[in-house]
Each structure stands twice: as C-alpha cells, then as structure tokens.
Design a binder for this molecule. Structure first.
Ligand code: SAM
Length: 466
C-alpha cells in the first residue's frame, strides 16, 4: 500500500516533499496547496504550504496535515455539514448518496455561515476541515469512493462535480476516453495519466492482466487524488502538482501518456505537451482525449479552435478526432481507426475533440477491436445511474435511468442513445452480478451499459443477496 504519511527529500535539490494520505505533493516549500478549483474565484480558504505539511507530518500530526488540504471546493460550502452516522451501511442505496439534491440546503444559510466564519477569524472553516478530515481518515477502511465523494463533494462542498464524478463510469465521455485508453493499455511500459482527477481511467490502466507495471496519476487537486489513491486505483502512484509545470520524472520513463477531459483546462498547453513528450519513450503513444473546441459554447477553460490545436501539435505526427466518432467506435466494438483525422467539417461542429500523437508511425493504422469490454473492467455492478423504481416479492428489481441533475443531462444527453431508459433485472441476474459470473444475460447487460465494472471499493453492495 506504500507510505501513507511521510516526508521525502530530493537528492538533487534538497527540498522536502510531503506524502499525505498516500499522495506525494510536489511543490516548492513555500507554495500553497489547497483545493484548486477550475477557476481561482472559487478558492475558499488559504492553502497550506508544503513546508508546513512536512513539519506537521514530522510531529505525527497526520489528521491536521490531511485536514489542512480539505478546503471546500466551492464558496457555497456547508461548513456545518455533519458526517452521516451509517458508514458502510448496505441499507443506504448508492443512488441516495449523491442524489437527489447535490446542493442540499444547509441548516444555517451559507451567507450566515460566511459571516460567522469571518467573525470567528476563520475558526468555522478550520473546524469544518477537521471534522471532514477526521471522518474520512477514521473511516477510510469502511468507506467507499461514492460515500467519501458524497460527503466531501456534495454535502460539504455542495459542488456539481459530485454528480459528474459519481456517475462518471459509462457516460459518453468515458467511452470516448476508453477507446483511446485501451490502445495505451495494450502497449508496453509505464503509463502516465495526466490530470487524472479521481482516477476513473487510472482504474482502467491498473485493472486486468497488465496491472503490474507502473501507473502514475498527476493532478493539482488533492482531494481527487486522495480518492484515486485510496479507493479507485490503489495500485497506482499519485502526485499532486500542475501538469503544465516540469514533471518530476526522468526523460523517457513512460511508455505512454494519457490525458482525458482536462487539456482545455490547462493554460500552458505547449509546456504540458513538451513535458509529456520528454518523459515518454521515443515511440510512445500520447492520447489526449476530450478537449473543448473554442468555437462552440459553452466554454469552461482555455479552449482553442480546431486550427489552434492543429498548430499546437504542429510537426508531431497526430490525428484529430471528434467525440462522436470515438463513442461510435467504442460502442460498435470496431477498433479505432487512426489512419486519418476526422474531416474538417466534422471537427468544426464537434464540441469535444481528441488527439493521438506518436512518432511511431505504426500507431496510425486501423486497430483491432480490444478484447473484452473496457467499461466492464473491475467489480461488476448495476450502473448507479439506474434508480430503483420497485422491487417484487421474488427479489426482481425494476430500474429507471435517471439523470442526476439538469447540467449532467445537458452534458450527457447522448447516454440514452445506448443505455435503456427502463429495465427489470431478475433476482437470478442480480445474484450472477454479485458473484461476478458473466453469463450470456450478464454480457448482454454489459453491452447495454446497465452493468458496468468499477473499482472494488467504488460503492457498497446495492442489493445484498441475502
Ligand atoms: C474533468 S476532470 C477529468 C479527470 C479525469 N482525467 C477523467 O477523465 O475522469 C479535470 C481534471 O483536470 C485537473 N486539472 C486541470 N488543470 C490542471 C493543471 N494545470 N494541472 C493539473 N491538473 C489539472 C483538475 O484538477 C481535474 O481533476
């Protein structure tokens, strides 16, 4: 499991770097680390310096070090949010964790909490972080990713991102990412997952028979890395730092690099790309999936136009693909065709673009379909996007696909093109799912995205067999 809390010293520069909750934080001693939301305007509370984290860890004040990194992710936070009493209880269906109201009403209005916090010189926030930190650390063994994200992201931070990540497996962008990730997983060598977030794709890189090579996730958001390290991909290593700054790896160490749903958020794209090229082997495949096209609203980061991305990639051999093509190729189990880019007309109308870059010209071919279904890697569960409508006396369950929020629906409208709106699962099928036996019916439900694979500790058992 590696070191949970510690301090490591760089032999080159002599700086010390803290390891908090299994995540290595690479920052200069005085640099403040906090929750880095997508926009600085959302930052709440002062971050903590790498130097003071090291000192806290040396004095074995682990809970304090951890909680200092747990500023809420939005200014709408409920600083009085209480942890649920029923940790790990199978009674509480996972659909209830994040839904139905990610922006639950705090007992004391947010504006009043803000005033109280200012009047108390920041003590309210300090106590809130301690409460959240102690709850997460003390219950780490019992919690699942969904429960931890529910408390930190939905209850305490009141962030919409809670539903985005909770219902991340199986959504269209995940399939687009898997279509490129599966090519990367087939190749040899260590894998670098840039801006990995809570590790949905890192889980895929670690799963399966290829799971014993180094996989490293890098992101600037500490809490998401803590989730990735402790619940989603415990076999991988995680580093908290910016992906558009020099990366702490020797040249050519990785066999491939991957970045999904984040490149448009990165300001210094040329720097990020240069570093990705430096730390990967000369024949590496670099997959950059799902970055925004600036020509299509709404924007959410530092998007470029299609021409802008083409200029950025410049002389590096690459293809540019639209998300529709990637999703269709994944759904059709066709194998990705990297012989040419999508047509300029197609790219011009696609909000989400992807690129595969490599100096290995054999990468630009029509690939064979990847064996098995990438979205079924891991523990098989009923996709949590399905809500229980009714259960019969015999134990059959009637389920309804339900978008958790309007924004999620707007972003994932294509989901219902491949997942059924309603489905009934028999008690026998549920037992097969729980036992992990992949019968014909189970395989059919995997193909329809009713059943998906998740990390072992993603969510509690939904309908225990007895
Ligand atoms: C929408 S999430 C995607 C996470 C993951 N790659 C996935 O596909 O599920 C975007 C992630 O990019 C990270 N990010 C954005 N800009 C970054 C930067 N400059 N350095 C490091 N991480 C960054 C954010 O912290 C966030 O976790």
């Amino acid at each position: 499991m590696g070191v949970s809390f510690g301090v490591t010293r760089c032999r080159g520069c002599g700086y010390e770097f803290p390891i908090v909750g299994g995540v290595l934080i690479v920052a200069e001693p005085g640099q403040l680390i906090g929750v880095e939301a997508e926009a600085p305007a959302f930052r709440v509370g002062r971050g903590v310096s790498a130097r003071s984290l090291c000192r806290l860890i040396e004095r074995r004040r682990y809970a304090e070090a951890f909680s200092r990194l747990l500023n809420p992710a939005t200014p709408e936070a409920d600083l009085l949010a209480r942890p649920p009493a029923d940790v790990g209880s199978p009674e509480r269906a996972p659909t209830e964790f994040i839904r139905p109201d990610p922006h639950h009403e705090p007992r004391v209005p947010v504006s009043v909490q803000g005033r109280l916090n200012r009047l108390s010189g920041g003590r309210l926030l300090h106590r809130a972080r301690r409460r959240v930190g102690e709850y997460l650390l003390e219950n780490r063994e019992k919690l699942t990713a969904l429960e931890a994200m529910d408390f930190y992201m939905a209850r305490y931070s009141r962030a919409e991102t809670a539903v985005h990540f909770a219902f991340g497996f199986g959504q269209p962008r995940h399939l687009a990412a898997l279509s490129v990730a599966s090519l990367i997983r087939e190749r040899e060598g260590a894998i670098l997952d840039l801006a990995c977030g809570p590790g949905h794709l890192t889980h895929y890189f670690c799963a399966g028979e290829t799971g014993d090579r180094p996989v490293v996730g890098v992101d600037r958001n500490y809490f998401r890395l803590w989730i990735a390290r402790n619940f989603m991909a415990p076999g991988a290593s995680f580093i908290c730092q910016w992906v558009d700054r020099p990366l702490p790896f020797r040249s050519g160490f990785f066999g491939s690099a991957f970045c999904s749903d984040a490149f448009h958020l990165v300001l210094n794209k040329a720097g990020c790309l240069r570093e990705a090229r430096r730390v990967t082997a000369s024949d590496a495949l670099i997959g950059i999936v799902r970055f925004g096209n600036a020509a299509i609203e709404p924007r959410e980061g530092h998007e470029l136009t299609v021409d802008g991305y083409a200029q950025l990639f410049g002389e590096i051999p690459h293809v540019l693909l639209g998300e529709d093509e990637l999703v269709a190729s994944y759904r059709g189990q066709e194998g990705l065709d990297l012989r040419r880019s999508s047509s300029p007309e197609e790219l011009a109308v696609q909000k989400w673009l992807s690129a595969v870059l490599s100096d290995d010209e054999t990468a630009f071919r029509k690939h064979q379909p990847v064996d098995g279904r990438a979205h079924a890697e891991g523990r098989l569960v009923v996709n949590p996007i399905y809500r229980l409508e009714s259960a019969s006396a015999e134990g059959d369950v009637a389920l309804r696909f339900e978008f958790p929020t309007e924004w999620y629906e707007f972003e994932n409208a294509g989901y219902l093109e491949y997942a059924p709106g309603r489905i009934t699962l028999s008690r026998e099928v549920l037992a097969d799912v729980q036992a992990g036996s992949r019968t014909d019916t189970v395989r059919d439900l995997i193909d329809r995205f009713v059943l998906i694979g998740v990390p072992d500790r993603y969510m509690p058992e939904r309908w225990p067999a007895n």
